[in-house]
Design a binder for this molecule. Sequence first.
Ligand code: NAP
Length: 524
Amino acid sequence: MTELLSNYVAGRWQAGTGAGTVLLDPVLGTELVRVDATGLDLADAFAFARENGGAALRALNYQQRGQLLAQVVQVLQGQREAYYEIATANSGTVKNDSAVDIDGGIFTLGQYARMGEQLGARHHLQDGELARLGKDPLFQSQHVLVPTRGVALFINAFNFPSWGLWEKAAPALLSGVPVIIKPATATAWLTQRMVKDVVDAGVLPAGALSVICGSSQGLLDQLQPFDVVSFTGSADTAEVIRSHPAVTRRSVRVNIEADSLNSALLLPGASAEAVDLLVKEVAREMTVKSGQKCTAIRRVLVPEAQAAEVAAAISARLAKTTVGNPRNESVRMGALVSRAQLQSVKEGLALLKQEAQVLHDGATHKLVDADPAVACCVGPTLLGLKDAAASDAAKLVHEHEVFGPVATLVPYRDSAHAFELIRRGQGSLVTSLYGNDTGALACAALELADSHGRVHIISPDVAALHTGHGNVMPQSLHGGPGRAGGGEELGGLRALNFYHRRAAIQASTAVLDQLQPPTPASAA
Ligand code: NAP
């Protein structure tokens, strides 16, 4: 029998009382560990986090909480090797892809630790300036932000067991709000292990960080008005969460990061260098984490006349991608996370093939060191719509997200047509633009900003500098309107808003003067 991973709630490790769900190696098919949340006293778990964890965190100021984050970074840095092993075994990712998750998470924590230092020894944040409420300037209004007196429940997706935890936990803990993380079952091991290391190190106050692995049943029922819930996953589950009474009746604040038909747009008149940048980025986005990235490029918009040239160049790059067992040094792309995901990708491909032609077939990739009957590996597939008219006629290509190494080339007639086609994604996390004309790039960015959380522009001058279409940097907003879930995460200090309550304090200026925070340590 495989090891049963414990849950950490109410300040102690507690094993589920059920048989548990087995986590598998997606390449070898072997059993790794089990998770189970059966029989946990969830009411007690949430109350402990809310009362003990919340009170202890709020007793600290931003600078002190930032220092806690810095200590968490130290703990995690010390165990990186173990995390890479777990990622290889449970997510089937090659080293570079594991790094996006593991080191990406640690990097994000480090950034918020620094922001805590900058915020200094204050216990609340000011929002805007004093505002006069009448003729006499004595009676005024000042908006303040204070940490919400609840817990932050995170329900996460399988593709980022590390980054998905820390990109949310960093701003929550910095804000003074305790965290309960429920990782996706398929890859819960890495999340559980990281929490275990932090708990064992005794860095955070009791109740500040809890982990529940296994079924999500009953979690939402525990939410009370000042709690918040942040969800990352499919649009279907998002709907379940949005319609739960905790949200509809108790006004629990909810943040949703759902699926997204992200795009890359080659502007008309782009130089050969710009075309090359698009080709590289599309091939990279398709293959990093086997395309299991919420930000991955799914639609590639190119001027109709250049479609054939771009198709050939992307296909040539994809053909070089070695796929298979991530333990083999020659392998560049590992596995999908499970047989269920493999099946879902195959079904998705079959759907898109109703509208698009295969330009590069993933099935031509022979798996390295992996048994196709067992391994959840699949080669990258580039699809393409025949011409601009086919781009108009297509429906599934603009609506159906295949969560794997799959993208579709979408030819367009002119810029207006390209913008219209991109908007058929109904709101996405990110679009990237490629070209040389700075004015045209800036115009396109503003044109598309309303339907995207992020617009990433790759012009030749930043070829070696840019951070990548799909890389989520803590300084920039992550989230997207509409179809993408309507959520907002990260974006530097903006992330703290979700974990704070805003109130207007109306009083004599003499009272409002008392609200002024102490000078930040860094400025003192
Ligand atoms: P999912 O099936 O919706 O699962 C996501 C999480 O929700 C898991 O932890 C899951 O737990 C939990 N869950 C399932 N049913 C639930 C319910 N009824 N109530 C409460 N929680 C429930 O999504 P997924 O298949 O893991 O993730 C893939 C999707 O996530 C893709 O579509 C991708 O685009 C999206 N995604 C978006 C972002 C973003 O930032 N926008 C990032 C990553 C992924 P179990 O695992 O135990 O079922």
